[in-house]
Design a protein around this ligand. Structure first.
Ligand SMILES: Cc1ncc(COP(=O)(O)O)c(C=O)c1O
Length: 467
């Protein structure tokens, strides 16, 4: 055993990658990239490889490490818990679980005037499964709506409400597949309209489906709809950080209320101040019936996820003991960090600093857009930012150029201040041509300048190699 450990220490990156190619499943997303890096350390906005090259991370673990890598306060909270109560079956109570549930529920009650409860799970998709259970239990209906371009996770239930057929194709027939409705993606309007003059044509189209029973959704005599809920992302995340027009959700909610369709708000990627508010849905002035969150709840340390549901959906009378369970769900390490995250948020100025930083970042990127027609669109809400990469016409999606920029970033060969840097970018979007930027909320103005410089260098190199 000891001998193997010593040998493992000596392995070079090349040797490790050789082992990876033989013994690791390729079924996850590692091999989306051409360049495979092995990282050894992380701090703030940076990942570091064995050679010590800093990789500026502009996606922060898909927004899970929203508060920066290795945050000292969160690390201390975790260590404190490791030293006191590191393990406990979720069948038994511990203080942190109770306090975290109370903090989140009180925050939501104060903001949305709705009393409710929190139920924990481990990952985002598992919490989505719990939300589906709550919907089915309350409405006694299985069919739900979700958006085209949606991503709610990769368990089978979450995959059924995730729009991409690629994720379902190999796994048999999904009888409970959601009814997918166009998202208000105004840069590429699904109806070919202009945002300024469309008057929510996509919503009106959805609304018309309730006019006749022959359109399949509703019995117009009883006003009973076959669908129990609409699962939404307040900003479409994997779909390309698509930001809906301000009043869209208010108008959607009016239609849902008419037919008693629950609004399930998936905050897994956009929650915890990514958009400048604790909950992204706060930007739109609607009250969801269920909220789902994960990722930044623990800043990616000892993950937990959760749902919050209105009291009438989750009170002990309707959702009694044993309705759902996972061994690691409300584990003490996760809830301790979650509680510290909530405390950190309470004492922060994120409500002002995040929108300010976001506006600065967008303005720097818009300057780049003036120089490079390949940048079709730049938009942001708080520090959820999108850069859409196109052909020279500024509209036709350019996946090849996007991939080239991403791989150049991962090569770690960019130069800033005479020093080698890497750049970590995440690609999303319906045509895989959108950089979805989710930097640390602690990013400084100087770091934004550096990030934009590194991005420009990668873009220039990619354009040069494409010519
Ligand atoms: C909006 C949204 N919902 C659900 C999920 C699934 O979360 P997890 O990967 O933790 O299962 C994700 C993950 O990226 C997400 O962005």
């Amino acid at each position: 055993m000891n001998k193997t450990k010593k040998e493992d220490k000596k392995l070079s990156d090349q040797e490790l990658l050789k082992l990876e190619s033989q013994y690791c499943s390729w079924g996850d997303t590692v091999h989306y990239a051409k360049e495979l890096n092995i990282f050894t350390r992380c701090e703030g906005s940076y990942l570091y490889d064995e050679k010590g090259t800093p990789f500026f991370d502009l996606q922060m673990w898909y927004s899970a490490a929203t508060f920066g890598y290795n945050h000292p306060r969160l690390r201390t909270a975790l260590t404190r818990q490791v030293n006191t109560l590191p393990q406990l079956a979720c069948q038994y109570l511990h203080k942190e679980k109770i306090l975290l549930s109370a903090k989140i529920s009180r925050d939501i009650e104060q903001k949305f005037k709705a009393k409710g409860r929190v139920h924990f799970n481990v990952g985002g998709a598992s919490a989505i499964e719990d939300a589906i259970k709550v919907v089915r239990n309350h409405t006694k209906k299985n069919p739900v709506f979700a958006f085209m371009g949606s991503y709610h996770g990769r368990t089978l239930g979450a995959t059924a409400i995730t729009s991409s057929y690629r994720y379902r194709e190999k796994f048999g027939h999904f009888a409970d597949r959601a009814n997918f409705v166009p998202y208000p993606y105004c840069f590429r309007c699904p109806l070919g309209k202009k945002k300024e003059t469309c008057q929510f044509a996509c919503l009106r189209q959805f609304e018309r489906l309730f006019e006749s029973e022959y359109y399949s959704l509703v019995n117009t005599k009883t006003r009973q709809c076959e669908y129990g809920a609409f699962f939404v992302e307040p900003i479409q995340a994997t779909g390309g950080y698509v930001i809906p027009p301000k009043d869209y959700f208010v108008e959607l909610k009016k239609i849902l209320d008419r037919y008693k369709i629950l609004l399930v708000d998936d905050e897994i990627q956009m929650g915890f101040y990514r958009t400048g508010k604790l909950w992204a849905i706060e930007n739109y002035g609607v009250t969801p019936d269920i909220m789902v969150f994960g990722k930044a709840l623990t800043n990616g340390l000892n993950p937990i996820s959760a749902i919050w549901a209105k009291e009438e959906l989750i009170s002990p009378e309707v959702f009694p003991p044993g309705m759902t369970h996972a061994t690691f769900s409300s584990n003490p390490l996760g809830t301790a960090v979650g509680l510290e995250v909530m405390d950190l948020i309470e004492g922060s100025d994120f409500a002002t600093s995040v929108p300010l930083k976001g506006r600065y970042f967008v303005s720097r990127l818009k300057n780049l857009q003036k120089k490079y027609p390949q940048i079709g669109e730049v938009e942001g809400m708080g520090l959820a930012l999108r850069i859409e990469i196109c052909q020279k016409d500024g509209f036709t999606p350019n996946r090849e150029l996007t991939d080239a920029i991403m791989n150049i970033g991962l090569s770690g060969e960019l130069k800033a201040g005479g020093k080698k840097h890497g750049l970590v970018l995440d690609v999303g979007g319906y045509y895989k041509n959108v950089f979805t930027l989710a930097p640390s909320l602690y990013i400084t103005e100087q770091e934004i300048d550096l990030a934009v410089d590194l991005f420009e260098e990668a873009l220039q190199k990619a354009i040069a190699t494409a010519m």
